[in-house]
Design a protein around this ligand. Structure first.
Ligand code: PMP
Ligand code: GLN
Length: 380
């Protein structure tokens, strides 16, 4: 049959998780925690199902959850958002990203994507009949050169996608980045899609520059987040999208015919969690910073060189002292010969930088898992 997505194969996360399982490797590839969900959340999910919240939720999301999200963004970012007109609960951030693109991007238009970029962006752009225009981040610092972004903008540019804290690099936007972004978009009708799934995983006292803090950006933006990252439950697939009323209305046209609504019991559980334990998200940075610091310290005992990590739960390492293999071959070799699975960076690029020797390790893991990986990596 004719294919609409000729360049798409199986995602690198699936490929590497399967390979890790086949070879009994310690899986630091696909990003997911290997420790439990907060007990309070499990109890809340159980209670929601027992209380009978098992039928369709309202299309836009359970009102108590939308209100709790609005309260959270007020608390975290000082932003007033209308829970009814501006918040939509989705089946993960992935669904939100897909909807936002389908809702506003037309055939023949362009979407500017900053590489390396998370893998679900481009297929959604392709399915909209549009074209992704790739601008590379600085290969050493993963900072944005806003002049290069400006140069990529054409009269056909409909959307710009950004992601901070960034997967895979762990880089974060500064206030100066946000000002540059404002200046760049001023006077255009470009829509911003801000992927903020790691919003609460930030280190060293840094402030997450949510687009919701920046009124001139917020008025043209879809801001997307995921409870999977914040509550250690990537398999529950619940996220949300915040956008001004007119953009939310278009977004909901896609959402209502894509999934109609998101898993109802979990929406009640997250509403209870946000209401009763609002401190959880604030504690997440310190929780993951301890893991980051311990893991980085351990990496110093290997020949892998850790790059800086400002946020998120991924650590990039330079393996050029260990091997000359291209990254896809290196991660296979590392899995098969050394029993540790990582994610190569090249699948995150339209055009990977020549000679780049970096792979991504996920540190959202128990100490025992990280210790087992380090013991193996020491032998490299
Ligand atoms: N964006 C980024 C940057 C991610 O890392 C992920 C999760 N891997 C997603 C979006 C998708 O989130 P969800 O699992 O909630 O769909
Ligand atoms: N977001 C996860 C990562 O970057 C992967 C999610 C998936 O497997 N689709 O590792």
């Amino acid at each position: 049959p004719p294919t609409k997505l000729p360049r798409v194969g199986t995602t690198i996360f699936t490929v590497m998780s399967q390979m890790a399982a086949e070879h009994g490797a310690v899986n630091l590839g696909q990003g997911f925690p290997d420790f439990p969900v907060p007990q309070r959340l499990v109890d809340a999910l159980d209670a929601a199902m027992r209380e009978g919240h098992n039928q369709y939720a309202p299309m836009t999301g359970v009102p108590a959850l939308r209100q709790a999200i609005a309260a959270k963004v007020r608390r975290c970012y000082g932003a007033g958002v209308d829970a009814d007109a501006e918040v939509t609960v989705t089946s993960g951030a992935s669904e939100a990203i897909f909807n936002a693109i389908q809702a506003v991007v037309r055939p023949g238009e362009e979407v500017v994507v900053l590489d390396p970029a998370y893998d679900c962006y481009e297929p959604a752009i392709d399915l909209a009949g549009a074209r992704a225009v790739h601008v590379s981040l600085d290969p050493a610092s993963f900072a944005v050169d806003w002049e290069r972004v400006r140069a990529a903008i054409t009269p056909r540019t409909r959307m710009l996608m950004v992601n901070s804290p960034h997967n895979p690099s762990g880089a974060m936007f500064s206030a100066a980045d946000m000002q540059a972004l404002e200046a760049l978009l001023e006077g255009t009708d470009i829509v911003l899609l801000s992927d903020e799934v790691y919003e609460h995983i930030v280190f060293d006292g840094a402030r997450h520059e949510s687009v919701l803090r920046w009124p001139r950006l917020r008025e043209r933006a879809f801001v997307v987040s995921s409870f999977g990252k914040t509550y250690h439950c990537t398999g529950w697939k619940v996220g949300y999208c915040i956008a001004p009323p007119a953009l939310s209305a278009e977004f909901r046209k896609v959402h209502q015919y894509n999934v109609f609504c998101t898993f109802a019991p979990a929406q009640h559980a997250f509403a209870a969690m946000l209401r009763e334990a609002p401190e959880h998200d604030q504690a997440l940075g310190a929780f993951y910073q301890a893991k980051r610091d311990r893991f980085r310290q351990q990496l110093l005992g290997t020949r892998l060189k850790p790059l800086p990590v400002a946020g998120g739960y991924f650590q990039l390492v330079d393996y050029s002292e260990v091997s000359d293999l291209p990254d896809l071959e290196f991660v296979k070799w590392l899995t098969v010969e050394h029993g540790v699975t990582a994610i190569p960076l090249s699948p995150f690029y339209a055009q990977p930088p020549a000679g780049q020797r970096l792979v991504r390790l996920c540190f959202a893991k128990n100490e025992a898992t990280l210790d087992a990986a380090i013991e193996r990596l020491r032998r490299l």
